[in-house]
Write a protein that binds this ligand. Structure first.
Ligand code: C2E
Ligand code: CA
Ligand code: CA
Length: 280
C-alpha cells in the first residue's frame, strides 16, 4: 500500500513536470521493407538513469485515472513529432498512439483528439490510434459511434493485441477499423506451435477478406518474414527492424537519406498514394 501511494505521488509529479518521454518503433511494409510508420511507446526516466517500462506504471495510472492527462500528453507529443518528421524529410509516415480504455471512454475523448490535431497542425491522416477489444465491450454501440467519429476526421484505427481478447467475429464485422495487429505471443510461438501458426494465418485471412491491413507485432527473426508474407500479412514491427528509440535516434536511423523509409517517392501525390495503399 505504501509503495502504491509513493508511486501515485511520483506519477502525479511526473505528469506536472512532464518527465515522460516517447520512444518510437518502426512499422515496415512487408513487401518493400520500407518504413511506413512508427508506434509511440511511453517511457519514464528514473533518477538512477534507468527507464521505467510502461508495463510497470500504466496499469496503476489506469486505476487512478492519471492515464487521461498522460494519454493526452502522449497524443500531443506524438503529433508534434510526426509533423516535424514529415515536414523535415518530406515524408508521409503515420504515427500510432496507444489509447487506454479509460481514455477512450471519456465523454470528451473525441474533442480532446480533435483539439490536439488542430493545435499541433497535424494532418489527421498522419495519425493512427491503437485500441483494444476489451475497451469496447462495456458499451459496444457507444464504442462504434466513437470509432466512426474518429475515422470521419481521417484518423486511422488499429485493433491492438488482436487474438488475445474477445476476438468476436460478429463485432469485428461492425467495428470501423483499418488494421488488425496480431499479438506478439502468436508471432513468438509461430515456429514451434502449429496452433499459433494457424491462428496467425487465420487472422491474416480475416483481415484480407474484410479489407483490413494486418500487422504482425514482435517480429524478431528473419525467417518469420517470408512465412508472414505467405500468410498475407501486410506490415511488420519488431526488434528485427528496430527497437523503440528516442526521437533523435529514430530520425537518424530511419528518416535520413537512404534510410529504410526513403522510398524515393518524389511528389506529395506519390507519397500520398503510397501511404494510402501501403499503410491503411
Ligand atoms: P503494446 O502496445 O502491445 O506494445 C508492444 C510492446 O512490445 C512494446 O513494449 C514494444 O517495445 C514491445 N516489442 C516490440 N517489438 C518487440 C520484439 O520484437 N520483441 C519483444 N520482446 N518486444 C517487442 P513496451 O514499450 O514496454 O510497452 C508495453 C505496453 O505498454 C504496450 O504494449 C502498451 O499496451 C503499453 N503502452 C506503451 N506506451 C503507451 C502509451 O503511450 N499509452 C498507453 N495507454 N499504453 C502504452
Ligand atoms: Ca500498441
Ligand atoms: Ca501487444
Amino acid at each position: 500500500m505504501a509503495e502504491r501511494i509513493r508511486m501515485e505521488s511520483n506519477i502525479r509529479r511526473a505528469v506536472k513536470e512532464e518527465e515522460f518521454v516517447l520512444h518510437y518503433q518502426p512499422k515496415v511494409d512487408i513487401t518493400t521493407g520500407v518504413v511506413c510508420g512508427m508506434e509511440a511507446l511511453i517511457r519514464w526516466p528514473q533518477e538512477d538513469g534507468t527507464m521505467m517500462s510502461p508495463t510497470e506504471f500504466i496499469p496503476l495510472t489506469e486505476e487512478t485515472g492519471q492515464i487521461v492527462p498522460i494519454g493526452s500528453w502522449v497524443l500531443e507529443q506524438a503529433c508534434r513529432d510526426i509533423v516535424a518528421i514529415n515536414i523535415d524529410y518530406g515524408k508521409y509516415l503515420k504515427v500510432a498512439v496507444n489509447i487506454s480504455p479509460k481514455q477512450f471512454r471519456q465523454p470528451k475523448f473525441l474533442e480532446v483528439v480533435r483539439n490536439i490535431v488542430t493545435e499541433t497542425e497535424c494532418d489527421p491522416t498522419f495519425l493512427e490510434l491503437e485500441i483494444t477489444e476489451s475497451m469496447m465491450m462495456e458499451d459496444v454501440e457507444g464504442a462504434i459511434l466513437t470509432m466512426k467519429d474518429i475515422r470521419s476526421i481521417g484518423i486511422a484505427l488499429s485493433m491492438d493485441d488482436f487474438g488475445t481478447g474477445y476476438s468476436s467475429l460478429a463485432y469485428l464485422r461492425q467495428f470501423p477499423l483499418d488494421t488488425l495487429k496480431i499479438d506478439r505471443s502468436f508471432i513468438c510461438g509461430m515456429m514451434e506451435s502449429s496452433a499459433d501458426a494457424s491462428i496467425v494465418s487465420a487472422i491474416c485471412s480475416i483481415g484480407r477478406n474484410l479489407g483490413l491491413g494486418v500487422i504482425a507485432e514482435g517480429v524478431e527473426h528473419e525467417f518469420e518474414v517470408p512465412m508472414l508474407q505467405e500468410m498475407g500479412c501486410t506490415m511488420i514491427q519488431g526488434y528485427l527492424y528496430g527497437k523503440p528509440l528516442p526521437i533523435e535516434e529514430f530520425r537518424a536511423k530511419f528518416c535520413e537519406k537512404n534510410s529504410p523509409s526513403d522510398h524515393g517517392a518524389a511528389t506529395i501525390a506519390e507519397r500520398e498514394k503510397y501511404a494510402i495503399s501501403k499503410c491503411s
